[in-house]
Design a protein around this ligand. Structure first.
Ligand code: ATP
Ligand code: MG
Length: 212
């Protein structure tokens, strides 16, 4: 399966979602993580991960590479043939990299916050997705409500907006939790840190839906 994690808006949790999903999939079968963002945050996480795994004498089960622009489609296509799963952290903005990631993938997951600003920023992305599904009709698009504050009703309003735009929303939700920030900073995942059972069950529900 080839999955892109996309949103033109920054800071919504794309890299966090991508590295968690890729790590989980790599526990099931060979997995390639493509960092398609020029900021290379997923590759930075992978470098931290490599350091901490070497210290603990554990081997790396996930392969990470950086590709940009058209190379995400061209090289990504041939590289991904050597793996059962490929996850692409497509980076922000409507850059060629984002469009190439959508062309290569069977599934696009859009992490999105629940604020009005998140909704307003979706106009560009909706246009890109429309075009992408014309070129790649097998692309399934799913929204993941991410970095949600469980104390507010913002998610309800966002759900209404997403329904009006005919976007499929995953039942799994990821709340704003400090354990995600800690995990990323250590080149790890919330599962590997093992300290936040609620975060772990949120992610587990997400993985299940992706694999349905
Ligand atoms: N569920 C969460 N709870 C708390 N913090 C989170 C959560 N998800 C992501 N973060 C933190 O929010 C920040 C942005 O997350 P992340 O880098 O995953 O977003 P992004 O969409 O990839 O951002 P960019 O557009 O810069 O690539 C990071 O500091 C990350 O650790
Ligand atoms: Mg990122």
């Amino acid at each position: 399966m080839r999955v892109s994690i996309v949103n033109t808006k920054g800071g919504v949790g794309k890299t966090t979602t991508a590295v968690h999903l890729a790590t989980y999939l790599s526990s099931l079968a060979s997995t390639l993580l493509i960092d398609g963002d020029p900021q290379e945050s997923a590759a930075t996480w992978a470098a931290w991960r490599r350091e901490s795994l070497v210290k603990r004498s554990r081997h790396l089960s996930l392969t990470t590479t950086c590709l940009h622009g058209k190379a995400i489609y061209d090289e990504g296509k041939s590289l991904s043939k050597g793996f059962v799963h490929t996850v692409i952290d497509a980076g922000g903005r409507d850059a060629p990299g984002l469009r190439n990631a959508l062309l290569l993938s069977e599934m696009a997951i859009i992490p999105i916050g629940a604020s009005n600003l998140d909704a307003a920023a979706m106009t560009d992305l909706l246009e890109v997705l429309d075009l992408a599904t014309d070129y790649n009709p097998k692309l399934k698009v799913k929204v993941l409500l991410s970095r949600i504050d469980p104390r507010t009703k913002d998610a309800k309003e966002m759900l209404k907006f997403l329904n009006e735009n005919n976007l499929e929303v995953l039942s799994a939700r990821v709340c704003e939790r400090v354990s995600f920030r800690r995990a990323i900073g250590e080149g790890s995942t919330v599962e590997e840190l093992g300290k936040d059972s609620v975060a772990i069950s949120e992610m587990s529900a997400f993985y299940k839906e992706v694999l349905l």
